[in-house]
Design a protein around this ligand. Structure first.
Ligand code: ADP
Ligand code: ADP
Ligand code: ZN
Length: 212
């Protein structure tokens, strides 16, 4: 099984949904920079205060901040069998920094058109519990009990940046800054593109095949 895996794809492509399954079903450690930043915002740390202004506008947090954060995190983990990187790297500079830390085995690229992403993001609901981080969709993946996380019972919330105006900016940022990574990992011979539309479990079956 591949051990160091990067999840690529636009906001709303299903990185969190599939990453969570890789974590719970196959035992990978999942590192989500978005979740780390949201926790910092909630805790009111210096990092959180800085990150919030970028996140609220749909821009990326500066490379040096994110690279420092991830380096510390990777080093603190020590030796683990496998890591899923969810939402990192998001720029070529971040990808080059990651390559200095470890060997990426595979970049799984979830392909979803922008029109579908807007509907997904504006109807996404998230679990605020940092130890859970489950995501739901009001129509496509609703919680069993309305407004409550199936896994931990926390009250679900809508992320500030999942409102329509910010979503459009995030998609623009993705096309400008993150999409070039598809080329980056293609040149490295590490890309596997999976259509991100359709049944969540069917997509996961393709993910499992790709990581064998
Ligand atoms: P990302 O982490 O890439 O931003 P998420 O995994 O959070 O994406 O998914 C975005 C939204 O789309 C969530 O509301 C999620 O429940 C929903 N979603 C994920 N995968 C699918 C799918 N295959 N079909 C329909 N909706 C999906
Ligand atoms: P999604 O996958 O749904 O787009 P994330 O939770 O991954 O959202 O990220 C939310 C926000 O956090 C991004 O819009 C960006 O402002 C910031 N962020 C997350 N990861 C990174 C990163 N690797 N580099 C820069 N900014 C990031
Ligand atoms: Zn939860």
């Amino acid at each position: 099984m591949k051990s160091m895996i990067v999840l690529l794809g636009p906001p709303g492509a299903g990185k969190g949904t599939q990453g969570e399954k890789l974590q719970t079903e196959l035992g990978y450690v999942r590192l989500s920079t978005g979740d780390m930043l949201r926790e910092a915002v909630r805790n009111g740390t210096e990092l959180g205060k800085l990150a919030k202004t970028y996140m609220d506008s749909g821009a990326l947090v500066p490379n040096d901040v994110i690279i420092g954060l991830m380096k510390d995190k990777i080093q603190s983990l020590g030796k683990v069998p496998g890591i899923i990187f969810d939402g990192f790297p998001r720029t070529v500079e971040q990808a080059e920094a990651l390559d200095k830390e470890l060997d990426v085995d595979l970049a799984l690229n979830f392909d979803v058109a922008d029109e579908a992403l807007i509907e997904r993001l504006t109807q996404r609901r998230s679990c605020p519990n940092p130890d859970c981080q489950a995501v739901y969709h009001l129509v496509y993946n609703p919680p069993k009990c309305e407004g409550k996380c199936d896994k931990c019972g926390s009250e679900l919330y809508q992320r500030d940046d999942d409102k329509a105006e910010t979503v459009k900016n995030r998609l623009k940022t993705y096309h400008e800054k993150t999409q070039p990574l598809v080329d980056y990992y293609t040149k490295a011979g590490k890309i596997c593109t999976i259509p991100g539309i359709g049944d969540i479990d069917e997509i996961f079956a393709k993910v499992k095949k790709a990581i064998q």
